[in-house]
Ligand binder design. Sequence first.
Ligand SMILES: *Cc1c(COP(=O)(O)O)cnc(C)c1O
Length: 394
Amino acid sequence: MAILKTIDGGEHHTLAALDASKLIVTLAETLKSLPIPESLRFGEVKTDHMLVANFDPEIGWSPPEIKPYGPLELDPMSSCFHYCSSVFEGMKAYLGPDGEVRLFRPQKNMERLKRSVERMALPPFDEEALLVLIKQLIKIESRWIPSIPGYSLYIRPTIIGTRAALGVAASDSACLYVILSPGGPYFRGATKGISLLAVGDTVRSWPGGTGGHKLGVNYAPGFLPQRIAAEKGYDQVLWLLGDDERVTEVGAMNVFAAVQRDDGDVDLITPPLDGTILPGITRASTLYLAQAHTAGKISLPGISPSQKLYTYERPFTMADLVSWSEQDKILEVFGVGTAVIVAPVSRIGHKEKDIILPSHSGGLGPIGKGLWTMITDIQTGKKEFEGWSVSCGF
Ligand SMILES: *Cc1c(COP(=O)(O)O)cnc(C)c1O
């Protein structure tokens, strides 16, 4: 367990690390009734309990507590309210047909949260301890994981700066909390796919900015462009960057384009991690699985083993999309992320025109569908793949 040390007036203080063995559990006296799964909308229902730990610059991390879900009491001067020192993660617990509860590549979320904390100059935490604590919270809340295929329990680890002073400086105090919310499939029944409005005059991220980290500060500025896109009849924003209109992300998802090659194979292209792109775990998994399929190590469901998918992490522009579309080479465009896994794109509004993408019954094309099926099979334990799914162990 990592121990933090600070030097204060020549004296060494040892600060307490986040320690899962010090967990204090206070259970709710009455439990909520479970919602009808079909009525669930993303991130609205709250479970009975939450996990909370506080960092004090003199003491270090408090013993973590699992306690009834409820409001946090914070000083109005808290750093997070003024200077947005808040970071978060998004992950899910899946109940498999075998009754086992699993997390998908959770160490990756812990590593990304650590990088976010470093970027916001927040106090460090022990990643292994947090993962142990998350599993304990899920165990206590396991009745909330819907047993219907496609449903899961969304997990939102959050760390906010709680330094109670207005000086513009790093927050030396923090509150770490984890809340849970049951959810269903992003798309219910048949879908045509999502429509996007390409936006380049307002940008989500920029070179040297923070778009490559999961920081709260990255999201609120996107709400107005999102609202304008909705008023124009589009579901989400396609974020562009630069005079050459490079495609970066779709809403809060990473984006892929599948392009037909002259030799019959397919190029699967996503923008590179140059600091303007959020390093999604679904993005990394998509690249890896497509490569494994092409190398003959696995076979993506519904895709011929002889169909090669060549992956590229390289920039592409709106002009590329228009040109591929005009040449009938664009097979599929989709967004990927934990909430939706793979979301098909049906049309993209750009310069008062719509690029119409090939439509597929059920929304996803064969590549998106193959990836979606493979990833959900791994998440629910139907398929084992390189230890990606981790049992919660209860
Ligand atoms: C969270 C997020 C993603 C997806 O990341 P996953 O780890 O796959 O869930 C993509 N883009 C943005 C902007 C995000 O916030």
